[in-house]
Design a protein around this ligand. Structure first.
Ligand code: ADP
Ligand code: PAZ
Length: 241
């Protein structure tokens, strides 16, 4: 079995694959120490480990050691590429595009083979679009809901820190709801503007820890696909087999 690991700035997501399909995805908070989280993974019968992370070189060394210690295997790390499986990266320096964003696009593009876009509602809120011929059109990186809330609360003298999680399409009528809706409507607006700037591709995917909050407020043709990074990783693993 292949162990697929996606390490974002807040959480580690993992699943196993027989080389064809992916098991259900498990998410754990890594609280800044993904190597420690790896040592606690309950995956069994692991023959190969593929990792996507956006944590930097020092963490990569620790992740390598943790995979070796936990599974006795050398971790394979995904890298953003300028061109792969018909997908072309928009960045002049592809290595600067987060590998999570690239893998989500790779998974979406490989499935659709047409114009599509991907929103990741994680620590950051990212948007990326691909044209009908597989050219990454670019994207945006905005604060995700939690950093946006923290910024508002941390930059004011509001005596409130529990702002709840009841996101709606409405305006707020107390400080908590106004702060909450400020972050939420900013995120929704950013998604709508990203869609407009990319020519509104027919296929739209959303994933990430806050996808469930956004989804009811997006058009019905958005699909929630939490496994997109892992799906992209699996595409790499399949190609290297
Ligand atoms: N159970 C949860 N634990 C942690 N964060 C959660 C949870 N449910 C929703 N979230 C939201 O998901 C975000 C993290 O999403 P995720 O896609 O895992 O991010 P990343 O890939 O950046 O680690 C958090 O910032 C938070 O707003
Ligand atoms: C934009 C990101 C911080 C998103 O990370 P996440 O929210 O998944 O933790 C990550 O993809 C990243 O570090 N990117 C590098 C910069 C770039 O993509 O241009």
């Amino acid at each position: 079995m292949i162990l697929l690991i996606d390490i974002g700035n807040s959480r580690l997501k993992w699943a196993q694959s027989n080389g064809q399909s992916i098991s259900s995805v498990t998410a754990v908070d890594h609280v800044g120490d993904p190597a420690a989280a790896i040592k606690l993974l309950t995956a069994t019968k692991v023959d190969a480990v593929w990792v996507a992370h956006v944590m930097g070189a020092e963490h990569e060394r620790q992740i390598l050691d943790a995979v070796q210690a936990r599974f006795g295997l050398q971790a394979q790390f995904a890298r953003t590429r300028a061109e792969y499986l018909g997908l072309t990266c928009a960045y002049e320096e592809p290595s600067r595009l987060g590998v999570d964003r690239w893998l989500m696009l790779l998974a979406a593009w490989s499935e659709v083979r047409g114009a599509c876009c991907v929103v990741s509602a994680g620590t950051a809120l990212t948007f990326d679009a691909v044209s009908a011929d597989g050219k990454h059109q670019g994207g945006f990186i905005a604060p995700g809901l939690t950093p946006m809330l923290k910024t508002t609360l941390g930059s004011t003298r509001f005596a409130t820190y529990d702002i709840g999680a009841a996101y709606t399409g409405d305006l707020g009528r107390d400080t908590e709801a106004c702060v909450r809706q400020g972050a939420f409507l900013a995120g929704l607006g950013a998604i709508e503007q990203g869609l407009r700037a990319s020519g509104a591709p027919a296929r739209k995917f959303i994933c990430g820890g806050d996808a469930a909050a956004f989804l009811p407020h997006l058009d019905a043709d958005w699909q929630r696909r939490d496994e997109l990074v892992l799906q992209g990783l699996l595409a790499l693993a399949q190609q290297s087999a």
